[in-house]
Write a protein that binds this ligand. Structure first.
Ligand SMILES: NC(=O)c1ccc[n+]([C@@H]2O[C@H](COP(=O)([O-])OP(=O)(O)OC[C@H]3O[C@@H](n4cnc5c(N)ncnc54)[C@H](O)[C@@H]3O)[C@@H](O)[C@H]2O)c1
Length: 381
């Protein structure tokens, strides 16, 4: 029998946010096991996190470079690494694991510049390694169903998109010296060119591209900074034109008091529309010109079995953020497994967000910044 896929993690130490979600998702998925880590730049934290997770101390490393090199030499090296550190470190970390022959799952935004992202894309190709980027919202069942509806022509040709990822957390939390992940997101040396667009705006860009298949060909952005101490944007309004002449408007915010994690979209076509919201992820609203609108639930019979997987509870039970991550991992881990067996991967095997999506995210951020800096003018892609 083939051995279980094994993985390591960089970042995700005690007190951090997203690393634990990745581990929970991989546990839920059940086909990969954590065996190595450099969970923090502080070795004490790495050792304590590793002990809590019952890892062999020999596979706890003082930094990512040592981990990439040592793991790369092992006959039983990790099959992939999960990178869950702040933005400015993604590039160097991903590069060193790729150079040591290890597949990568990296958090978004992929890097802090488009050039770095393109370099990683090229390196992954040269090394023939799999590279996923955790745009996890594309893992929700109803998002995948929305993609099928658009593809099937149910709403006709898309004319307009209205999408938002709005939250309130930066308006609520006094951050100076208190919340490291608030502080680093607002620090250009760590976050990169943007805070809000890079942190959550890229999810909107990726989600709409995933569901609609539309490609942006120009945009006009205004990135705002409302909180005085913030050094980067905490809110942005972005107009977009797509390649089929359809149009869109994106609003992304961390100061939208009253909204916890309100990621939602409406896609409006010549024959109908689809609306979905992350905070009510089990449901999707489908409207067509000639019929009354319908609220379709995840449990309904019309949802294709390929969308439902064994780790998602039956309809009527809520599907959540961790399950969405798990679905991305389902595809990614299965692809690694199949590739290890020497089988050829098909496009269906590669149906997870890849380094290409990461590159698109970086292009989006840079174009938004360019537009804002030039006085909110239209910028071609
Ligand atoms: N996909 C999503 O929905 C989602 C959600 C939240 C965060 N993120 C992304 O995940 C990344 C991490 O965000 P977070 O909120 O978890 O940050 P965080 O500050 O809570 O955690 C970062 C962790 O990385 C560790 N770290 C930093 N540099 C390191 C290094 N060189 N080696 C090893 N460990 C190192 C820190 O000690 C900490 O444990 C960011 O890029 C963020 O944009 C994505």
């Amino acid at each position: 029998m083939a051995k279980k896929i094994i993985y390591g993690m960089v970042g995700g130490g005690r007190g951090s946010q997203i690393g634990t979600i990745h581990r929970k998702a991989l546990n839920l998925h059940g086909k990969a096991e954590l065996v190595a880590g450099s969970f923090s730049r502080n070795i004490k934290n790495t050792l304590a996190t590793g002990k809590e997770l019952k890892l062999d101390e020999k596979r706890l490393y003082k930094n990512y470079a040592e981990m990439a090199e040592e793991e790369g030499k092992r006959p039983d090296k990790i099959d992939f690494v999960v990178i869950v550190t702040p933005n400015n470190s993604h590039y160097e970390i991903a590069k060193s694991f790729l150079e040591n022959g290890i597949n990568v799952m990296c958090e978004k935004p992929l890097t802090v510049t488009l050039d770095q992202a393109l370099e990683l894309q090229k390196l992954a190709q040269e090394k023939d390694l799999l590279f996923a980027v955790s745009y996890a919202y594309t893992g929700y069942s109803m998002v995948r169903y929305a993609r099928e509806l658009v593809k099937s022509g149910k709403i006709g040709e898309v004319r307009f998109v209205n999408a938002q990822y709005i939250s309130e957390w930066m308006a609520k939390v006094p951050y100076k010296g208190k919340i490291p992940r608030h502080e680093w997101r607002s620090d250009p040396n760590i976050s990169g060119l943007s805070n809000c667009v890079a942190d959550i705006g890229v999810h909107v860009e990726n989600l709409i591209s995933f569901v609609s298949g539309l490609k942006i060909n120009s945009l006009c952005a205004r990135m705002d900074k409302f909180i005085e101490e913030d050094r980067l944007d905490d809110n942005a309004s972005i107009l977009v034109n797509y390649d089929n002449n359809s149009k869109g408007i994106y609003w992304t915010s961390q100061i939208a008091v009253g909204h916890e994690n309100n990621l939602n979209f409406g896609i409006y076509g010549t024959k109908g529309s689809i609306e979905w919201s992350q905070e009510h992820a089990n449901y999707l609203k489908l409207s067509t010109i000639d019929e009354p609108f319908k609220i379709i639930s995840r449990g309904s019979d019309q949802i294709n079995d390929s969308i439902k997987t064994e780790y998602v509870a039956p309809g009527g039970h809520q599907e959540g953020y961790v399950e969405a991550f798990a679905r991305i991992y389902d595809k990614f881990v299965n692809a690694i497994h199949k590739k290890k067996q020497g089988e050829i991967l098909t496009s269906a095997d590669l149906d997870f967000p890849t380094v290409e999506d990461g590159v698109q995210g970086m292009r989006f951020i840079e174009k938004c910044v360019e537009s804002t800096n030039k006085g909110c003018v239209w910028i071609n892609y």
